[in-house]
Every structure is written in structure tokens, then in C-alpha cells.
Design a protein around this ligand. Sequence first.
Ligand SMILES: NC(=O)c1ccc[n+]([C@@H]2O[C@H](COP(=O)([O-])OP(=O)(O)OC[C@H]3O[C@@H](n4cnc5c(N)ncnc54)[C@H](O)[C@@H]3O)[C@@H](O)[C@H]2O)c1
Length: 427
Amino acid sequence: MLTIAILGVGSRGATTYGDYLNTLKDKVKITAICDIDKNKLNYYQKKYHIDAKNCFDCSDDFFNAKKLADVLIIATLDQQHYEHAIKALELGYHLLLEKPISPSIEECVAIEKKAKEKNRYVVVCHVLRYTPFYRKIKDIIESKQLGQIIHIQSCENVGFWHQAHSFVRGNWQNSKQTAPMILAKCCHDMDLLNWLLNLSPLAVSSFGSLTYFTKSNAPKGSAKRCYDCQIRHQCPYDAVQYYVESNQKNQNIGWPYDVVVLEPTYEKLKKAIQEGPYGKCVFDCDNDVVDHQIVNIQYDHEVTASHTMCAFSKDCFRTMKIYGTRGDLEANTLTNQIVVHDFLTHQTTSIDASKLSDDLSGHMGGDHVMLNEFIALLNHQHTHLDSSIEKSVASHLICMAAESSRLQNGKVIFLDEYKKSILKSID
Ligand SMILES: NC(=O)c1ccc[n+]([C@@H]2O[C@H](COP(=O)([O-])OP(=O)(O)OC[C@H]3O[C@@H](n4cnc5c(N)ncnc54)[C@H](O)[C@@H]3O)[C@@H](O)[C@H]2O)c1
């Protein structure tokens, strides 16, 4: 029986991974948890039936207790991953490590080195690689029915409410405390581009900025908190409406409401919006991450890719268009459609990706597929598990080069030189 410890029993560590693993009782056992939030710790101790001596409210105590499982899931916040991953690798844990590996590319490379030195698996949670949707696209590319791929255009529509929740009011609002947007949100997209093209990225340039969610855009009559705002009924970002009033019947119990409070109810959400960070005016937060950014990538063999991230969409979804010499492919995660046009036969084939699996929960099914393949990997079974630390560091490198380019007004960053300078700095 594979044993698993979880560091950070929050939205990812518990709601996504722990809760699912807890249903696989014949394969895995959760033996230890750690979280600085005692309410969560108590709640999940009971839920997962964990011995009290293996529940820790401080990561130092958790690591001092030595190795308590075969695997450690690290689902703390971005800037804590490095310290937690290095300590865990020293103790001999295999790791399931949340993305981003770390906001610092030097730390990403250092974790990769440590994993090699200790001969441990470090699988990074690039869950989109595991979705039936993107796996189908990969199969189509590999079947060569599109011919040679010349360009990929990908777009991440963040969703105006998701941007406000996570990147203006929430955990990922400030790049100095967490990671720049292009890493925090789009490392999945850079990972997908590398994986789908299976080519070396050579150079990157990027533009983007935080244009809207700034103090100078606060409208007349607005207040520091939505509850005190006279014009909140005219604001699409009104937290009272989004978190509280829409929940009169206690229907909103899942994400993102369970990020605001544990086991949300109308009363608990009301209090949190009156007092906590999610009730702040979107024009008066400590946010600095961009609300739109574009990235251009030059790959080997003159193949190009472009990625757009933008906050201002009604829904939260991704699109992709793949341009091949014999056909093109259009994909949309909102409609679950993958449409292929064949230039020779003029035939159009539509694939409804929602029919590719019975379980499309959690990142279009990717969360659970990844967990199952991770378990298979550790049980020495055949698996397609592909998001190794090496590949993830390579796609993180694109993100950090893009951020560096953006901060230098779109300067072209050559990845070879960029990587060399990073390796030099950690040697
Ligand atoms: N793979 C994905 O698609 C995906 C999606 C969302 C978030 N993430 C990543 O997952 C990680 C966790 O995000 P989340 O949404 O679960 O956040 P969260 O805030 O819900 O959970 C983080 C948990 O870590 C705990 N914590 C903080 N500091 C700690 C410490 N020093 N020791 C122990 N516990 C500590 C917090 O109390 C919290 O319970 C982040 O790195 C995030 O970027 C990945």
C-alpha cells in the first residue's frame, strides 16, 4: 500500500488530491498531514482518519518527524515550494509538487538537481497534459494528419470573476509574494506548447501590463470594501453580489467559495466578505500582476507559437488553433470541441471531447488521471506520466524569460543564453 503525506491541506492539497486519494482505500493511505491552519488540520484529520501524532501545524515539526510516507504532496503556496521540496527530497520522499515549481527559476533548477542527486521522482502538477481533451490533440498531431505543424496560437481567457478572485483579491495578486501571472497561471500553457510541439524553444518576447485593476481606476463613490460601496450595484466585480447574495440558498459550496471559507454557508461568506480580503474593492488591493499579456515563442525548425492571457472574458476557458501544412485544428475547452479541417479532402471532423471520459471533474479530468498515473508510476506499472521535473523546468524557463522580456518592453530573450546565466548564478 502506497503511503502519502500532504503538506498544505487547502484547495489543491485536500479538496482536489486528498479527497480523491481518500476514496482509493485499496491503493493508498494518507498517513500524515500538515497545515498552519488548525481548523483545516482538525477537519482533515477526522475526514482522513489520521493519527493525531501525524498531524502538524508547522512544517518544521512535520519535517523533524522524519519520513512519514512514501510520497509527499506539496500543495503549499508557490513561494514555499522550494524550502518544502528540498527538505522533503533530503528525507527521501518522492514528490507530487504543485505548479509552479517555484517563482524563482534558480530554485526550480535547484530542485531538479536535488531530485537527480537523491534519485527521487518529482512530478509537477501540469494537470492539463493528463486531460482526455489535450491528449486527443496530441494524438492528432502525432498521427501527422495535420502535416507539419507550423504555428500554434493559444489563448487563456481567465474570466473577469476568476481574475478578481485569484489575481486581484486572492493568493496570486502580488508577484513579489507569489509568482508573475505568466508563471502562476500560464505555466500550464507553456507546458502544453512544449509538449504538443516536442521541439526546443529558442527565443521569447512578451508584452503586457496591469491596466485596469489599479487605484487610479477606482470610480467615484467606491469604497475600500464592497459592503461600504455606494455604487456596487453598477460594478461587475461586486464581492457582496458574487460571494454572498448569490448564495442565499447555500448553493455555492465548491470552488472558489471554499477558498474564502471552509465549508461555506451564507452566514460564513457574509462575515468573510465583510472582514476578509475577498470583500475588498478590486481597485484597492495590493495587486501587481498583469491583467493581460502576450507571449511569442520561436521554436526549432522555424516553428512559432503565440500565447495570449487576458482577464476580460465572461467565462474561464482556453482555446487553441494549430496550423499544419495539411490541415488545421481548432480546440475550445468551453465547448469541449476539437475541430479538424483537412486541406486535401475538405473534410471537417468534430470531436466532442466530453465523450472521451466518464470523469471530467477537476481540470477536465486531468487531476484524477494524473493522480492515478502517479500511483501507477510508484507501483512500477506502465504509465504515460510525463510531467517530470526536467520538462516542467523547461516550460517554466519560457515563462520566466517571457516575464523578463515584458519587463524590458518586449526585448527578445534567447533561451540558451538565459539558461546559461541561470546555471552560472546557482553554481
Ligand atoms: N495544478 C493546478 O492547476 C493548480 C491550480 C490551482 C493552484 N495550484 C497551486 O497549488 C498550490 C496551492 O494552491 P491552493 O489553491 O490549494 O491554495 P490554498 O490557499 O487553498 O492552500 C494552501 C494551503 O497551504 C497552507 N499553508 C500555507 N503555509 C504553510 C506552511 N508554511 N506549512 C503548511 N501549510 C501551509 C495554507 O494554510 C493552505 O491551507 C499553489 O502553489 C498553487 O499555485 C495549482
